[in-house]
Design a protein around this ligand. Structure first.
Ligand SMILES: C[S@@+](CC[C@H](N)C(=O)[O-])C[C@H]1O[C@@H](n2cnc3c(N)ncnc32)[C@H](O)[C@@H]1O
Length: 275
């Protein structure tokens, strides 16, 4: 899983390597601290935006869906329960995969919703095997976005749809304090303008049919994260032991400024694989 590969083209020679970014994202998102601070869904807009994405994708009962970077499994379980689809969740974090499989079993979705270990840049799925791909708040963290977009296109059936929600960013206006490994894990440092995401998808052979701005979802998430940091900091929550809450809140404030200044935002995209 973690064999080393050359940096993708355009990768800065200084700063964290692609393998460091991936390892740190996987470690960060399977931690108890992140679960406590982010809640049930690890993306802005939560389950409401997942429903909007499912609607924009036109999911139909019986379809097979890949959830790329499935995290805690909330999205996959919601799509199975409310849209009647079967889901293959793929994530790089072993503990998240195990916890999500346990949730699927508890919810009675064993066999219909399955989570497995895998890298978005090399999906463990056959060519043309899924009707739709969803990927929420994760393309921004992939070091090789072109490879991840090609993989989405490869696993889709002709006529299949890819649905993405993600942080958008003008990287040349990013505060240097967020251009770090922690900034990558926080979905900021690796984010790109929405036009770049469209280009990755189009270069992979997909046709972008929908783009929507959901910056308000990012604003609400930033507020909620800050409020939880304050609340859990006051009670010395064990999951946050060793976390420098003041330093994290300072980064959260910088992210809030980036949003207010129009440097960062959150977008939804749908792209279709031609028949
Ligand atoms: C911000 S969380 C989003 C999780 C989930 N999509 C959600 O919205 O709740 C990012 C997820 O991407 C996963 N991840 C990061 N890099 C990955 C990669 N190269 N391949 C697969 N998963 C990856 C992390 O382990 C984490 O679960």
């Amino acid at each position: 899983m973690s064999e080393s590969r050359p940096a993708p083209s355009g990768w800065a020679t200084s700063g964290p390597s692609p393998e460091e970014v991936k390892a740190c994202c996987a470690a960060g998102y399977q931690s108890d601290a992140v679960a406590l601070i982010l809640g049930e869904s690890y993306h802005p807009g939560g389950t409401a935006l997942t429903r909007r994405l499912a609607q924009a994708l036109g999911l139909r009962p019986g379809e097979r869906i890949a959830d790329v970077a499935s995290g805690p499994g909330t999205t996959a379980l919601l799509l199975a329960a409310e849209f009647g689809v079967d889901v293959d969740g793929i994530d790089l974090a072993a503990a998240s995969v195990a916890a999500a499989n346990a949730r699927a079993a508890d919810a009675g979705f064993e066999g219909r919703v399955t989570f497995r270990l895998g890298d978005a840049e090399r999906l463990p799925l056959a060519h043309g095997s899924v009707d739709a791909v969803v990927c929420e708040c994760a393309l921004c963290t992939f070091p090789d976005k072109a490879a991840a977009a090609s993989e989405m296109a490869r696993v889709l059936k002709p006529g299949g749809r890819a649905g993405i929600t993600d942080v958008t960013l003008y990287p040349d206006r990013l505060d240097p304090q967020l251009a770090s490994l922690a900034g990558w894990v926080a979905c900021i440092a690796g984010a790109r303008p929405v036009t770049d995401y469209c280009h990755y998808l189009e270069r992979a052979g997909l046709q972008v049919t929908v783009t929507e701005a959901h910056d308000d979802a990012l604003a609400k998430m930033i507020e909620a994260v800050d409020a939880r940091l304050v609340a859990y900091g006051m009670i010395d929550a064990p999951a946050l032991a060793g976390v420098d809450i003041a330093a994290v809140r300072q980064k959260v404030a910088i992210a809030a400024r980036a949003l207010a200044d129009g440097v960062a935002g959150y977008s939804l995209l749908v792209a279709v694989k031609p028949r």
